[in-house]
Design a protein around this ligand. Structure first.
Ligand SMILES: [Mg+2]
Length: 235
């Protein structure tokens, strides 16, 4: 969790964004390699994410699955995790320099510019580890749009991450206590995390989840992509 303490008045609304499938699509290649390689370095075992549906999951849970695939028992998995969280981030930072601007989802650049123009605050709530998430934003040319974020290593569930982001936004007066807060994501887990925190859920069908899968979770708003999202829907 990191945030700049704003000097201006608290924003009237806050939009929290998931990264993969929501802001970016198919930006996960080096990310997956970093998780896999961190487990190989720690255990000597070749592991794979090929049969694991990674969407909507937190990186720490993916690392746990990979360590279990490598044959480590539960207590050893938890003991190894902090080291792997560090290694995976270092590997991503040193291994990924791809320009990710072509992976930015439709409507994202325009929407983020509109949010700034109308004084709506923005943050990240993502299952990415923090160094990986921030680096992706940088490589996609979106880094300057985000004031703060909650990342995989900050909580056990996506709902816990959303709660942390909300708490941080209020603590640092990024938003007032009464501001409208929305969580925008591409997966049923994002919708559930919004509901668990009593905030507005906005689902975008730009990830791997279908419209039907998203609708089944009853999001407050469902769009095909973020070109369809109107600013008023965040207020
Ligand atoms: Mg996602």
């Amino acid at each position: 969790m990191s945030s700049k303490h704003p000097k201006k008045a608290p924003a009237k609304a806050l939009a929290l964004f998931d990264i993969d499938g929501t802001l970016l699509r198919r930006a996960g290649h080096h990310h997956k390699l970093a998780l896999i390689e961190s487990v190989r370095l720690a255990t000597g075992c070749a592991v794979t994410l090929d049969d694991i549906p990674t969407q909507g999951m937190l990186d720490c849970d993916l690392l746990r699955l990979l360590l279990s695939q490598a044959g480590l028992p539960g207590p050893q998995i938890e003991a190894k995790l902090p080291e792997l969280i560090g290694t995976a981030q270092e590997l991503y930072l040193s291994g990924s320099s791809d320009d990710l601007r072509s992976t930015v989802c439709p409507g994202v650049v325009f929407l983020l510019a509109e949010l700034v123009r109308h004084g709506i605050a923005t943050g990240l709530v993502t299952g990415n580890l923090s160094a990986i998430g921030w680096r992706k934003m940088e490589l996609a040319g979106l880094r300057s749009h985000f004031m703060f974020g909650a990342f995989a290593e900050h909580g056990e569930t996506r709902a816990a991450l959303a709660a942390l982001a909300i708490q941080e936004a209020r603590r640092t007066s990024i938003v007032s206590g009464t501001a409208q807060i929305s969580l925008i994501g591409d997966h049923p887990n994002d919708i559930r995390a919004a509901r668990a925190n009593g905030i507005r859920s906005i689902a975008t069908a730009t990830g791997l989840s279908t419209r039907a899968e998203l609708l089944a979770e009853h999001p407050d708003i469902l769009v095909d992509d973020l070109t369809e999202l109107a600013l008023e829907q965040l207020l």
